[in-house]
Design a protein around this ligand. Structure first.
Ligand SMILES: Cc1cc2nc3c(=O)[nH]c(=O)nc-3n(C[C@H](O)[C@H](O)[C@H](O)COP(=O)(O)OP(=O)(O)OC[C@H]3O[C@@H](n4cnc5c(N)ncnc54)[C@H](O)[C@@H]3O)c2cc1C
Length: 468
């Protein structure tokens, strides 16, 4: 019988399941004295897709990826594994905030990335448990159903393909939860083992000649007239014609773009494998990813070894915007997740949880990522507000075009070279984020009790916006 974790009494496993169940290669750290055409800082999906697209476009280019821990250590190796189209808080919001043309272009670019991720996994033979089962968005109360109506209306008016409204009966026929009151299905979504994808991609780019350094933290990037000098924590210096900053939540510490990015922790709980009888009681034959429409969404999916991954429900910005190993688990969020899981699947009351973990995502004030160039030698792409698995593939192409100096179509997307507002300085930002969190969670709970809708923005959110 495995030991119980002292602080998480219902948990008997450990650590980050995806990292535990994918093979890590130990790569050397950078010792300095090397020059590359391009150095990419950050070994997550953004950095790896940038290396992939760059070497596809120009195989002669010398490229290095520099990662402070191991490949996939950040959000890319610990996420829910949904490659989905979401940008902004919803399709409706994307349209409201950017207009029809920009919303359609952005959505279609990321939808194309969902297709291309699947094709790349097949072509490059990356063994990462990819299942193209679509996305089912579910409403568990009438306020959430109104949000689904808004998204369906946006999809119809933008003329987007692949969306279908679902009745309560249709949703419940697919996945058996008494909580569902309606939903929609979006075809453009697949799920995978994210750490296997990240580590598989690293091997693919290495086979193309990309140098991958691990255990190498870049502490300073200096742009000089004829090159970029990247200094590591160990005192090594790498040189490059151009550099790409792909450090996502960690970008908050960068003096150039840091104020645009707030690190927010989101958490996951993972069940033990269900047996056949339990799966009969749940259904879910399509392996679709599922999200609800709360402010703090729940995202959940099956794994290929028969578990349910249950994530979301909350999101925390820690004081001082701190990212630390001590935040990788959170007792309060874990218990909140257990409660909502048991409400959703009362037939699984006996199922135990084996793993719980979290990680930092980069949040922006407009909930779309930030892509741009500090100057002709330094480019950046980060902060997908918790939904970067597919957009980072699009982002890799945007960064490729920036490095190559090509004015491709993607560089006209609404989150590229835009004037993304900054968050206020500390401690104001993390205090405002905590107040917003409480207000948004309360609104979620009241909506579930039928006591409010989502039409009015909580006061704390208004304050946060006013501080921008
Ligand atoms: C729990 C969780 C669940 C999620 N679920 C989903 C989901 O289902 N679908 C979805 O679309 N998105 C999801 N996301 C978000 C998604 O994982 C991210 O948007 C995406 O992985 C971002 O990729 P990235 O490469 O930009 O960042 P990361 O994967 O965070 O990579 C950044 C890397 O930079 C490295 N780094 C930082 N500083 C330095 C430095 N100074 N020098 C060198 N290296 C450095 C870090 O170690 C890290 O590996 C989730 C995130 C979390 C945490």
């Amino acid at each position: 019988m495995p030991e119980q974790h002292p602080h998480l009494p219902e948990l008997f496993g450990s650590s980050i399941y995806w990292l535990e169940t994918s093979e890590a290669q130990r790569r050397p750290s950078a010792s300095g004295g090397q020059r590359f055409d391009v150095v990419i800082v950050g070994g997550g999906f953004t950095g790896l897709w940038t290396a992939y697209h760059l070497t596809q476009a120009d195989p002669s280019m010398s490229v290095a990826v520099v990662e402070r821990e191991t490949i996939g250590f950040g959000a890319s190796g610990r996420n829910g594994g949904f490659a989905m189209t979401l940008l902004d808080l919803s399709l409706h919001q994307l349209r409201e905030n950017n207009g029809d043309v920009a919303a359609r272009e952005a959505h279609e670019a990321v939808a194309a990335s969902v297709d291309e991720i699947g094709e790349t996994i097949r072509r490059e033979q990356i063994d990462c448990e990819w299942v193209r089962g679509g996305l089912m968005v579910v409403a568990t109360n009438q306020a959430q159903r109104a949000r689904i109506d808004q998204d369906m209306e946006a999809a119809e008016e933008l003329g987007l393909s692949g969306f279908k409204r679902l009745s309560a009966e249709e949703v419940q026929a697919e996945v058996h939860s008494p909580t569902y009151v309606g939903g929609l299905r979006e075809e453009h979504c697949g799920v995978m083992h994210p750490a296997k994808l990240a580590r598989g991609l690293a091997s693919v780019v290495e086979a193309r000649g990309v140098t991958v350094f691990e255990a190498t933290a870049v502490d300073d990037i200096e742009v000089l007239t004829d090159r970029v000098a990247l200094r590591t924590r160990d005192g090594a210096v790498l040189e490059a014609d151009q550099a790409v900053l792909a450090t996502n939540a960690w970008a908050h510490a960068d003096p150039r773009i840091g104020r645009k990015v707030l690190p927010l922790y989101t958490y996951i709980a993972l069940t033990e494998p269900l047996d056949d009888r339990q799966w009969d009681e749940v259904g879910w034959a399509s392996h679709c990813g599922i999200e609800d429409k709360r402010n703090f969404v729940h995202y959940y999916r099956r794994t290929l070894d028969g578990r349910i991954l249950w994530g979301g429900s909350d999101g925390i910005v820690f004081p001082g915007r701190r990212i630390a190993a001590g935040h990788d688990r959170n007792n309060g969020v874990f218990h909140r997740l257990l409660g909502t899981f048991r409400d959703t699947f009362p037939q699984l009351a006996d199922v135990r949880f084996t793993h719980h973990w979290g990680g930092p995502v980069g949040l922006t004030t407009r909930f779309v990522p930030v892509f741009g160039s500090v100057n002709s030698r330094l480019h950046y792409g980060a902060a997908y507000s918790g939904h970067g698995v597919a957009p980072s593939h699009t982002g890799g192409k945007i960064l490729r075009d920036k490095v190559l100096g090509v004015a491709g179509d993607l560089n006209g997307l609404c989150f590229v070279d835009s004037r993304e507002p900054s968050f206020p300085p500390e401690p104001i930002a993390s205090i405002a984020a905590e107040l917003s969190r409480r207000a948004l969670r309360k609104q979620d709970d009241l909506a579930q009790q039928g006591k409010t809708d989502y039409l009015s923005e909580p006061l704390a959110m208004k304050v946060l916006r006013a501080l921008e």
